[in-house]
Write a new protein. Structure first.
Length: 210
C-alpha cells in the first residue's frame, strides 16, 4: 500500500488493529475512538483483499462503513462553503452522491494492501470545543508511521467524522474547500460534480461510475 499524505488528506492502552486478524486488542471503547475502530476493522478487511479483489467489490465493502463513520453531508457543506445554501436541492443530492463515491474511492485506492501494517487508534481524545479529536497511526515495518487524526462531532446517530487531519495538522476539509471554491458558483455546482465524477473514474480505473 502506498498511502500518500496528500492523497488522503502518548497513547496509553491503545486500540491496536493488526491487518492479519483485524481485531481490536482493547474492546469496549466508545465515543469517537469506537467509531474509528469500527471503521478501521472494515478498512483492514479491504486492505487484506488487496488488488487481487475487484475494485468494485472492495468499494462495496467499504461504502457502508464510510456512511456509518462520516458525516458526509456536513463535510461537503463546509467544503463548498457559502455557495451551499444557494444550490438547488436536486443538485445538492447529486453532489452529495458523487462526493460519497469520491470519498469511498479515495480510501479504496490508497489502502490497497496491508503487508504487515498495524492501525492504532488511541482511546485518549482531545477536546476542541464540543468536538473531539481521535488520533490514529498506520505503521509499516521499517517505515515512519503515518498519523491520521479524525475530528469528531457527537450527532443524533452517534460520533461522526467531520474532518480528517493528515500528519495531525493538514485539514482535508480545508484543502477541499480551497479546491472546490473555484468550481462552484451561485446556484451551480455542475463543474464540481463533473470534476468529482472524473476523479472517481480515475481512482477506480473506470470500475465506479459516480
Amino acid at each position: 500500500m502506498t498511502v500518500s499524505r496528500r492523497g488522503l488528506l502518548a497513547m496509553s492502552l491503545p486500540l491496536v488493529l493488526v491487518a492479519g486478524g483485524a481485531q481490536a486488542q482493547s474492546a469496549g471503547a466508545g465515543g469517537g475512538p469506537g467509531t474509528i475502530s469500527q471503521f478501521y476493522v472494515v478498512l483492514l478487511q479491504v486492505m487484506k483483499q488487496g488488488r487481487q479483489t475487484a475494485f468494485q467489490q472492495r468499494y462495496q465493502t467499504l461504502a457502508p462503513a464510510v456512511d456509518q463513520a462520516f458525516d458526509l453531508e456536513g463535510i461537503l457543506r463546509v467544503s463548498v462553503g457559502s455557495y451551499w445554501s444557494s444550490l438547488p436541492d436536486g443538485q445538492k443530492q447529486t453532489l452529495l452522491s458523487v462526493f460519497r463515491a469520491f470519498t469511498v474511492a479515495t480510501y479504496v485506492s490508497n489502502f490497497h494492501s496491508y503487508k504487515g501494517r498495524v492501525l492504532t487508534v488511541s482511546p485518549n481524545t482531545r477536546a476542541v470545543g464540543s468536538q473531539q479529536v481521535v488520533s490514529t497511526t498506520i505503521t509499516k515495518p521499517n517505515r515512519d508511521p503515518l498519523r491520521i487524526d479524525y475530528v469528531m462531532r457527537n450527532e443524533a446517530a452517534g460520533w461522526k467524522v467531520v474532518d480528517v487531519l493528515l500528519d495531525g495538522t493538514i485539514s482535508r476539509v480545508a484543502v477541499q474547500r480551497s479546491d472546490f471554491a473555484s468550481l462552484v458558483s451561485q446556484g451551480n455546482a455542475s463543474r464540481l460534480i463533473a470534476t468529482l465524477k472524473t476523479k472517481v473514474g480515475n481512482l477506480s480505473n473506470g470500475a465506479i461510475s459516480a
